[in-house]
Ligand binder design. Sequence first.
Ligand code: PGA
Length: 263
Amino acid sequence: MRVIIKPDYDTVSKWAANYIVYRINKFRPSATRPFVLGLPTGSTPLGMYRELIDLYQKRKVSFENVVTFNMDEYIGLKPQDKQSYRYFMEENFFKHVNLKPQNIHMLNGMTKDYEKECSDYEKAIRQAGGIHLFIGGIGTDGHIAFNEPFSSLSSRTRVKTLTDSTIKANSRFFDGDLSKVPTTVLTVGVATIMDAAEVLILATGENKAKALKHGIEGGVSHVWTISALQMHPHGIIVCDKPATKELSEQTVNYFMEIEKNNF
Ligand code: PGA
């Protein structure tokens, strides 16, 4: 696993966006051979999306031949609901770049048939040739996508019930009203993410420090699903200094030293 430690949120956002652009451009995607990108929502990636839009406007990247798969969606929210992840993605990224609508994939939280929706999603990922780069955030409880503690590390796309801590954390997007937060979601599984050729996780702020400690220094465990990244051959965490607060000095020094001349 690589751990890239940056001073603050802005440098993490810039690094992540530039890394995505570097990967897309290196791949030289075409209509018949698109680059397949996994995408998250949440507060953490907002800066990264802003940087990506900026790089697109400066013509450093084109999304014409990029296919996207988002991680998750709330059950029961319509795409036009302001708190739905579909709405989030449209507002914060999709409408600003040249992604083709048919290349955008998101789970439908309004489906009547969850099982079919989830198995069709896995099938669509396979048909696209698999995900080249999956971007994610982490929850304070160490979740990746909505794979809450004790999710199977071999889980695939399915329905999940949110934990109280996630409902509380996400209530900030629902006027602070816990009762407005959907309690169930559709989410890719840990194994769906781990199947990607490369996984890049963003973690910023001191409230992610405990999850990062368990993810990097703890053992692989379903208690902190982020720890599955230890089993991935090409896993990267990019984090800011406050998120490293619970890591040992030795760990921080090791990664600062080994990554100092890398992208
Ligand atoms: P956040 O959420 O970026 O809003 O902190 C991350 C997550 O829950 O995965």
